[in-house]
Write a protein that binds this ligand. Structure first.
Ligand SMILES: C[S@@+](CC[C@H](N)C(=O)[O-])C[C@H]1O[C@@H](n2cnc3c(N)ncnc32)[C@H](O)[C@@H]1O
Length: 248
């Protein structure tokens, strides 16, 4: 089982520290996009966390099931209004299976990168595909690796520089490894944490999808279907469709 990096201390502050991502202006387009793909079918969220997307999606009438490694994150979801109506299986989303078939599986907010090897990411695509109905979709939201901003020979790039939060990404281009270092002032005390990721290229995700019997249907620069271009630098959205036949 992978290491749980979202234990009690992280879970207790997750919604507050990601407050910008809980803004309805951010969440509503995500939930609308996903509800449109789910239609009358059910949805499976990989890495459901505290329910940032699952709860608004469920409020749109979609039955949502989640998988997450962190008991602490899931406890936060269950304590929220509507949280009890969402079934969650605690486990690794690269390998854990749940009963039933889904019209939609989704993995948002860079969470594919929490799987720190290519093998695990490939397994995740295969696991998602195995849960989809024929014609069902797997949606990934992640970031374009920011290597164009990393001068040759440098390994560290700042992504947050505020009085209460310093954040630095440390790259290892040989392994596609990235460690996000956070230094945060909480109640007057400095808290430090480091979270490992594996950054992944859009075309690499497309290939992982093909290995799992899925094909790229759409790629957007955002949830409002903004164009995906060479200038896309933030989170982008890829939709993979399951053809309904087993991968060879
Ligand atoms: C960045 S949070 C995203 C949570 C939620 N999807 C959101 O958008 O707010 C990543 C979540 O994925 C979970 N996670 C990370 N790696 C996992 C794995 N291998 N299997 C299951 N859950 C995992 C963490 O516990 C955490 O809840």
């Amino acid at each position: 089982m992978p290491i749980d990096h979202f234990g009690e201390q992280v879970a207790a502050r997750y919604d507050e520290s990601s407050a910008d991502m809980f803004d309805p202006a951010v969440v509503d387009p995500v939930a609308d996009f996903l509800a449109g793909l789910a239609g009358d079918g059910a949805a499976l969220e990989l890495g459901i966390g505290t329910g940032r997307i699952a709860l608004p999606l469920a409020r749109r009438g979609v039955r949502v099931h989640g998988i997450d490694l962190s008991e602490a994150m899931v406890a936060r979801l269950r304590a929220k209004p509507g949280g009890q109506r969402i079934d969650v299986t605690v486990g690794d989303f690269a390998t854990t299976t749940v009963a039933g078939r889904f019209a939609l599986a989704y993995l948002v907010f860079n969470t594919i990168g929490n799987l720190t090897t290519q093998d695990e990411q490939v397994a995740c695509f295969q696991n998602a595909a195995a849960h989809l109905e024929p014609g069902g979709c797997f949606v990934i939201e992640t970031g374009v690796p920011q290597l164009q901003r990393l001068p040759p020979g440098e390994t560290v790039r700042a992504f947050a520089l505020t009085p209460a939060h310093l954040g630095f990404d440390e790259y290892d281009v040989a392994t596609q490894g990235l460690i996000s270092h956070h230094y945060t002032i909480v109640d007057g005390r400095l808290e430090a944490s480091s979270l490992p990721f594996r950054y992944v290229w859009p075309a690499e995700l497309d290939l992982m999808a093909r290995l799992a019997g899925m094909t790229l249907r759409e790629r957007w620069g955002g949830w409002r279907r903004e164009p995906y271009t060479a200038s896309t630098t933030g989170l982008y959205v890829a939709v993979y469709e399951h053809a309904g036949v087993a991968a060879s």
